[in-house]
Design a protein around this ligand. Structure first.
Ligand code: GLY
Length: 305
């Protein structure tokens, strides 16, 4: 049976390879996505997710994460979670219940503690130094240069889809700010009967269009995965520019129930994909009018994470 995996940013590469091993072994999409996102959350080289994430205004790393199961449509999310490396695990645990599927702040931390997850300091020396520099520069709020959320959509050999996200969010954000990543339908969405999607970029821009849901809805209506992702990002970008004169960075990945993938972006964007017919590969997507041009990542010319 076919399996397939797509993930945002080059930083996902090692994690995707771990997920691929599980999928080849007929493990579930849920197991593959959690394993793959753990690898990104744990890696201190990546400053936009989990351990060594860049902090908020107060110098505290607050993480957001989401998880959705396409078979049951159970979804869970956490916002402004502090000191837990695997925020995606807490989101997954939240997705299991009938109630309390979305937890934020202290409540999310209490829930993580009740699951036995230990609290750790996620702020590394390097992240703290970047924080001090940014404070000195007194620069306006900006998304982390080059990449932010790790988002993934996975199809397993049993034909089930999952989508999940994890991020430390916008660098120097206000305490308690949540982005799109823990918002069901904005940062992620998944339905075995229609497809799955996940977003990365500036949360405020993504959440007002519920862009992951919209991408899945278009696939359900018959668009290919590529058409759905590229049309959603293109149309939303045009609309935002018409309304307010600019549109912040938005990138979307998606997958239909057959495992075909799509990518939409209004910036230069790297992603990782693998399936039962092709090895894990890093690609670069570039917007070109209504379309997206895709090519393999080239380390000589692409300085993307
Ligand atoms: N996309 C992540 C955020 O805006 O926090």
């Amino acid at each position: 049976m076919k399996w397939s995996m797509i993930a945002t940013w080059k930083m996902s590469y090692d994690g995707v390879n771990k997920g691929v091993c599980l999928l080849k072994d007929k493990k579930s999409a849920k197991d593959a996505v959690l394993e793959a996102i753990h690898a990104v959350e744990e890696n201190e080289a990546f400053h936009s997710v989990g351990y060594s994430g860049l902090p908020n205004e107060q110098g505290v790393v607050q993480c957001d994460a989401g998880f959705m199961d396409g078979k049951t449509l159970q979804a869970g999310a956490v916002g402004a979670l502090e000191g837990v490396i695997h925020a995606v695990d807490v989101a997954y645990e939240c997705s299991k219940g009938r109630f309390n599927n979305v937890l934020v702040g202290e409540g999310a931390n209490e829930f993580a503690a009740s699951l036995g997850m230990k609290k750790e300091n996620l702020l590394t020396k390097e992240s703290y130094e970047r924080y001090l520099e940014r404070k000195k520069e007194n620069q306006p709020l900006s998304s982390y240069d080059g990449h932010d959320t790790v988002g993934m959509v996975v199809l397993d050999q049993q034909g089930h889809l999952v989508s999940a996200t994890s991020t430390s969010g916008l660098f120097m954000k206000k305490r308690g700010r949540v982005g799109d990543s823990p918002l069901i339908g904005s940062g992620f969405y998944c339905d075995d009967e229609a497809g799955g999607a996940a977003a990365t970029g500036v949360g405020e821009e993504i959440m007002r269009g519920c862009l992951s849901y919209e991408t899945v809805r278009r696939m359900k209506e018959g668009m290919s995965a590529q058409e759905a992702a590229s049309s959603v990002v293109f149309e939303w970008t045009e609309r935002m520019i018409a309304k307010k004169g600019y549109c912040d960075a938005i990138s979307l990945i998606c997958m239909n129930p057959s495992g075909e993938i799509g990518v939409g972006t209004n910036i230069k964007f790297a992603y990782v994909a693998a399936d039962s017919d092709s090895n894990t590969e890093i690609y670069v997507a570039l917007p070109k009018g209504k379309e997206v041009v895709i090519r393999k990542y080239d380390s000589k010319i692409d300085d993307l994470d």
